[in-house]
Design a protein around this ligand. Structure first.
Ligand SMILES: *Cc1c(COP(=O)(O)O)cnc(C)c1O
Length: 341
């Protein structure tokens, strides 16, 4: 029996239309820029976000790290929220690859706050200080929220005014657009480079796009090669990404509705405290229970529901295209049952 898998939207499988597009993709050597499907995907991404160019890369982590490497010089400081993917979930890659110092800020907040950034931008001229080389924002955030456009504008203006670029980790960029009812172009205008993932809610098997102006993307292309991300007939993968952008992107709102439904159902279960109303496809909750978290995970797995153990005492449940409304209801019922037993 198939699992109802609430662990992440990375578990989504390619759609039948994607598999057909992959089988039929016209491909070539992308390192030589001769892969028609990759070229088409890069053009489509740049156009959608209103930027000059885009680059297909193997993963979201790769895109973030390639962006950091391209924007900074070694020894620079990067200002970003403490609770973001680059700080928490990229295994220290920025220190290893770009040899930069991360300056985590706004620890209690899901995102970087403009006043915290203002206090952390270094004055030039003192030899003790690192150079502030980059600001990173995460949109949507790892906490499942979307940063308001006004806040993004403030951050971008603050950084730009000091000649500092802003990179947007938009692993769930289109979820954030949906949550804020903003166009991709409106959102992208508030950063100098943006990465978005094809392999999360968009259901493609592999890949992310790094988007920015032409000069930046040319330099990022060299760094992609250096990092071992120059792929050959990558059009097989890009073809799936194109289907994701065309067919799945308009359906992300369904995932958000399912998250809201799940939150409503969970609120009715004794012991479950939903942290906040979902803004994207994620529900966060604390659970008071007699059994251990491991035991809860085990019981749910026996009922064909998969969840991750909590991080910092908080469970995260993620909805996506492979879970329908009935699946959401079944998962909530299984959770209630597991906590009762
Ligand atoms: C998933 C994720 C990434 C990294 O993407 P991978 O493709 O898993 O490397 C980066 N940032 C955020 C916010 C993410 O959720």
């Amino acid at each position: 029996m198939a699992f109802i898998d609430l662990r992440s939207d990375t578990v989504t499988l390619p759609t039948p239309a994607m598999r057909r597009a992959m089988a039929e993709a016209e491909v070539g050597d992308d390192v030589m820029r001769e892969d028609p499907a990759v070229n088409e995907l890069e053009r489509a991404a740049a156009e959608l976000l209103g930027k000059g160019a885009a680059l297909f890369v193997p993963s979201g982590t790769f895109a973030n790290q390639c962006a950091i490497l391209t924007h900074t010089r070694s020894g620079d400081e990067v200002v970003l929220a403490e609770n973001c993917h680059v700080v928490q979930h990229e295994a220290g890659a920025a220190a290893l690859i770009s040899r930069v110092q991360l300056r985590p800020a706004s620890p209690g907040s899901p995102h970087l706050l403009p006043q915290d950034l203002a206090e952390r931008i270094r004055e030039p001229g003192d030899i003790h200080y690192p150079r502030t080389g980059l600001v990173c924002v995460e949109q949507a955030t790892s906490s499942g929220t979307a940063i308001p456009l006004k806040t993004l504008t403030e951050i971008h203006e603050l950084a730009s005014g000091r000649g500092i670029p802003v990179h947007m980790d938009g692993a769930r960029f289109f979820n954030a657009c949906e949550a804020l009812n903003a166009s991709p172009e409106e959102m992208a205008r508030r950063a100098d480079s943006i990465m978005f993932c094809l392999s999360k809610g968009l259901c493609a098997p592999v890949g992310s796009l790094l988007v920015g102006n032409q000069e930046f993307i040319e330099r990022a292309r060299v760094n992609r090669k250096r990092m071992g991300g120059g792929l050959r007939q990558a059009g097989i993968l890009a073809a799936a990404g194109l289907v994701g952008l065309r067919d799945v992107r308009p359906r992300l709102k369904e995932d958000h509705a399912k998250a809201k439904l799940l939150a409503d159902l969970l609120r009715e279960i004794p012991g479950i405290e939903v942290a906040r109303e979902p803004e994207i496809n994620m529900v966060f909750a604390r659970i008071k229970m007699r059994i251990s978290a491991e035991e809860l995970v085990r019981r749910l797995k026996k009922s064909s529901v998969r969840i991750f153990p909590p991080e910092g005492g908080v469970f995260r449940f993620v909805t996506h295209q492979q879970i329908d409304e009935a699946g959401v209801r079944k998962a909530a019922a299984a959770l209630a049952e597991a906590l009762r037993a």
